[in-house]
Unconditional design. Structure first.
Length: 256
């Protein structure tokens, strides 16, 4: 298809349909469009983060900050159908419980949550909650939007640098690697919310990069590439790394 606004809108709606519970209906749906929609994954992150930020802002008017944060987190989980959290638990179970590549992949497709996955999910949600709760309420909405978009860009970067390792799966239609133009579009949307944060918070990108390099190397070494569960795990881990990085950068600049 040619690059037209109508086509791009269709690809964006395809991304929204795939990664959220927002009801989107097409007269004709082609799974191949999911590959084209990859460029808009960080933009979906902006949408999800903005809704979470709105819930926080409205709740914070009448409720304690901690309760507003929990409601905000719950809203993003409901909006995405716990899509990424599910990927996290499966990936952690597989990487934690499997010894061989085949064992890791077999455990990942098991719908049951094991001890590794349950522990990982609890720690991730607690860390996310704690990291956000120590921020100023004024900056939390912008932090959420940036965290959601940036972390989805990190998942896109995995797709750009590695290969899908399963013959079938929920992310199989996304498995074709992005071209440079699509990566540039995804990068613009992924980094766009950073423009609304203080320049000192650019230091928060450091832990994000460290986590991305570590988890990318781990999946590459263990299974030779990525699965949909690995993408969900990467999104969750880098989102948390960003929030922790915001706290660390604030502390660093206070000492300077």
């Amino acid at each position: 298809m040619k690059f037209t606004l109508q086509n791009q809108w269709h690809y964006f709606l395809t991304a929204v349909m795939f990664f959220t519970r927002i009801p989107i209906h097409f007269n004709h749906f082609d799974e191949a469009d999911l590959n084209k929609a990859t460029r808009f994954f960080p933009l979906v992150g902006i949408l999800v983060g903005a809704i979470g930020a709105l819930v926080f802002w409205l709740s914070d008017i009448l409720l304690p900050l901690e309760v507003a944060l929990l409601l905000s987190m719950a809203s993003t989980i409901l909006l995405t159908g716990a899509f990424h959290e599910d990927g996290l638990t499966d990936a952690v179970d597989g990487l934690g419980g499997g010894w061989t590549r085949e064992q890791v992949l077999t455990i990942m497709v098991d719908s049951r949550i094991g001890s590794y996955g349950a522990t990982g999910l609890v720690l991730v949600l607690l860390t996310k909650y704690q990291a956000l709760s120590y921020q100023s309420a004024v900056f939390i909405p912008a932090s959420m939007i940036a965290g959601h978009s940036l972390s989805r860009l990190c998942a896109v970067l995995v797709m750009f640098t590695q290969s899908y390792v399963k013959a079938e799966g929920k992310s199989k239609p996304l498995a074709t690697q992005l071209n440079v133009k699509e990566l540039i579009i995804a990068t613009i949307f992924g980094l766009l919310p950073m423009a609304f944060l203080d320049i000192k918070f650019l230091a928060a990108l450091v832990p994000v990069a460290i986590v991305w390099l570590w988890f990318s190397a781990k999946t590459k070494a263990r299974i030779g590439g990525y699965t949909g569960d690995c993408l969900g795990a990467m999104q969750q881990l880098t989102e948390i790394a960003f929030y922790v990085g915001l706290l660390a950068s604030t502390a660093l600049f206070l000492k300077l």
